[in-house]
Design a protein around this ligand. Structure first.
Ligand code: PLP
Length: 404
């Protein structure tokens, strides 16, 4: 759902113009959504939140009762999430971990390392032996596995099933599992397999991916006679920016993944979604500065732009939005207003790429009206190029009736 909640709408209309643009998050809506996701999954499915989707401390803390832990993918996220939700289990993934990051993760006592290469495994082994030779370090081997037939085409961001820098190639399994056998690295405990293969898949497709990962992991374990305690099947649940009222079908996914867990009673199944947990709880709220006619088309220029909300530019979509009309106009001259039914919403940047939404149906849109862009709770502010053109930063508001 991308129309702002009542709380967000009211807040968006109360903020003075000078305090726009602003990111407005509805933490009550986030809590409700996270509880729904958790309830859709059986007890045996562990839920980690991939912090890179949105690492705002308020978001991390709000999710805390509903998640088993957090997936972090850099030394920065490791320190940040460790501070925001102290004591919660962390899984450390990502390609190109530096020795300093690995050492910091060992000091912090992360719950799981997602090992992405043989070299990384050796660095981890060396550093862990040196720092705390008696401590056990739980690891999952991340593999770039083939996606089940036809799914590569459907996903928007494929990390697996094609050449990528993520994880181990399946052909390296023998070598890496061999390194872990024979007691050479007694401090490293191989717990299982990790595979985050694609983002942007729907429920049935993702269940099929999870099934194929579990099947592959069990065959690996059988082949090498190693125990298999855990499989992390990653995140990637689709957020649909084009059909704005549709949410990822967590109920269907939960049923499928819970059935998979039930069929493998000795296995802990873990998922680590990012976007489909937090995208729905955030709005980027701004104000129309001007309405302009240009060569047959109309443009509304809003405060801010893609340097705050890069999502539509990076994904090439139109960010879903809702107009919040403002009745008052402080100037003695006529208010710039749209004459056509459709208008393109752009930001303040001096580049034609600063497009937030094209051909928005907003007849009569006026300067001074406000616009709330939805699905801005994930991969929005934190992926944006904030410093380009040196406009002021947006405000951040975390609405929480439970606390205010
Ligand atoms: C980004 C990422 C996720 C989360 O992906 P979403 O598409 O936001 O659900 C999970 N696991 C890994 C390893 C990732 O890199």
């Amino acid at each position: 759902m991308t129309a702002p909640t009542d709380a967000v709408r009211a807040h968006a209309l109360t903020l003075p113009s000078a305090e726009l643009p602003a990111y407005v998050y509805d933490l009550a809506a986030l809590r409700e959504h996270a509880a729904f996701v958790r309830a859709a999954l059986s007890e045996r499915v562990e839920l980690y939140y991939a912090a890179k989707a949105n690492p705002e401390p308020e978001i991390l803390a709000t999710l805390s009762p509903y998640v088993h832990g957090y997936e972090v993918a850099s030394g920065g996220e490791l320190a940040h999430v460790g501070n925001a939700v102290p004591g919660r289990p962390l899984a450390f993934g990502g390609p190109g971990k530096t020795p300093a990051e690995i050492a910091a993760a060992l000091d912090q006592g992360v719950a799981r390392f997602h090992v992405e290469s043989a070299h990384e495994l050796r660095v981890l082994a060396e550093l862990s032996a040196r720092r705390a030779p008696d401590a056990r370090v739980g690891i999952l081997l991340r593999f770039n596995l083939p996606l089940p037939g036809g799914l590569l085409a459907g996903s928007t961001l494929a990390m697996g099933g094609r050449p990528t820098p993520f994880g181990l190639d399946p052909s390296e399994a023998q070598e890496v599992v061999g390194l872990l056998g024979g007691g050479v690295y007694p401090q490293l405990e191989l717990r299982g397999v990790h595979a985050h293969l694609a983002s942007g898949l729907e429920a049935a497709e993702l269940v099929a991916v999870a099934e194929s990962v579990v099947t592959w992991a069990e065959a690996l374990a059988a082949r090498h006679r190693i125990p298999l305690a855990e499989v992390n099947v990653g995140g990637g649940m689709n957020v649909d920016y084009t059909t704005a009222e549709r949410r990822f079908d967590w109920a269907a996914y939960g049923t499928g993944i819970s059935r998979l867990a039930a069929a493998h009673p000795d296995l802990t199944l873990r998922i680590e979604p990012g976007r489909a947990l937090t995208a729905y709880c955030g709005w980027y709220v701004t104000e129309v500065l001007d309405v302009k006619y240009s060569h047959g088309q109309e443009f509304a220029v809003v405060r801010g732009g893609t340097h705050h909300l890069r999502t539509p530019a990076t994904k090439g979509h139109d960010q879903p939005c809702t107009v919040l009309p403002v009745a008052t106009w402080p100037h003695p001259w006529p208010r710039p207003a749209a004459r056509q039914n459709e208008i393109t919403l752009t930001g303040q940047l001096c580049t034609p790429k600063d497009l937030l939404a094209r051909n928005v149906l907003a007849p009569g849109l006026r300067a001074g009206d406000r616009v709330a862009f939805g699905l801005a709770g994930a991969y929005a502010w934190n992926i944006s190029h904030h410093d380009f053109l040196m406009h002021p930063r947006p405000g951040f508001h975390f609405l929480d009736p439970a606390r205010n």
